[in-house]
Design a protein around this ligand. Sequence first.
Ligand code: CMC
Length: 431
Amino acid sequence: MAETNRTATLNIDGKSYDLPIFSPTVGPDVIDIRKLYSDADVFTYDPGFTSTAACESAITFIDGDKGQLLYRGYPIEQLAEKSHFLEVCYLLLNGSLPTAAQMDNFEGRVTRHTMVHEQMHYFFRGFRRDSHPMATMVGVVGAMSAFYHDSLDINDPWQREVAAIRMIAKLPTIAAMAYKYSIGQPFVYPQNDLDYASNFLRMCFAVPAEDYKVSPVLAKAMDRIMMLHADHEQNASTSTVRLAGSSGANPFACVAAGIACLWGPAHGGANQACLEMLREIGTVERIPEYIARAKDKNDPFRLMGFGHRVYKNFDPRAKVMKESADEVLDLLGIHDNETLRVAKELERIALEDDYFVSKKLYPNVDFYSGIILEAMGFPTAMFTPIFALSRTVGWISQWKEMIGDPALKIGRPRQLYIGEAARDYTPVESR
Ligand code: CMC
């Protein structure tokens, strides 16, 4: 951690404590409270971590007021336009853009790891056919630690690297297998002369009985969706991966924990929930009814795909996603898409509504992604698995950063205890 001579003073019951203040490269200053408990015998209280920096990180930066997202300093809009997913993976994992030779080498290594251990095919068969693909993915990714013993030693940098490559390479295969299994079709093996996104589309939509040609425009849109979801600093699933990893758990188990967290509708599960909501609304005439429900304190309904803990101006990912939605629908000749019409009108009305404006609620990345994925032919249950396979590189980059940090400590929050004080056990006859 950098040196600092700035301090904040905290007064408690007439005693004062000086707390160091650190300045990040960009973003708000951070008050270091690590010694507060030992010095002052108090904890800080921040459920939901709204004001807490849980780690140092050099990977991703978000400025919620500006609507800015940077991967290793590069704006997401530039990457979405000029880069591609595997280059972004290299960037997130290693800190800088690759040279042509580095890219070749990285792509080659990822590509050679796309198949999964053949025995994993049998593992899939243990799941019910109607399992949600996220349920299958949590299980199968966790089970990778039972298949790849030679990359479990977290203290060996080479094994950490191999585990990272394996997960980036195999998650699309596993997600596609979860899908194929759920619809009763045979698994399609990866075809390594295809790029990453095309390979994934082929594994989802090809069948052995017919030829399947991947549309380059759809592959580009898929690649862009992956880039937009690749990392998002210390969000809930990434923090889950870090917390799991802080105990020394193996990387496959940690990423399985991240997938479990991502599944929730407040996080990655919002893309499925959002499309289901748009379909339920059905026509633009019914939008006011749903806006009213979202504003009603007594109704738990929320506009899915709206709002974000950090973005308070706009979500830059949503902007790119909206453009992609138009492109994909155009390509597929879908000019009369009622869901897109409902989405655009809902966005327009909400952005003029006092409730949403005053609470700074804007469409997030999940608002338009479902429309694109549905147009490509994915069922809603596959939306969150696609988020998961795209976020894997972010999880693993953050995990690698944490494990490589000599100051690593097990994550162990404290609490504001509101239960009973110590009391004596009473035998059942006298209760
Ligand atoms: N619809 C209606 N009201 C909302 C919404 C919404 N989507 N989101 C927040 N609010 C209200 C909320 O009721 C609260 O009102 P009040 O101050 O009167 O109690 C206020 O806005 C602040 O909400 P919060 O829940 O305290 O904010 P948060 O930062 O804890 O939650 C969120 C962020 C994303 C969980 C939340 O906005 C939400 O549930 N959105 C819908 C789900 C969604 O789209 N999630 C995807 C997030 S982006 C993808 C990802 O990174 O996972």
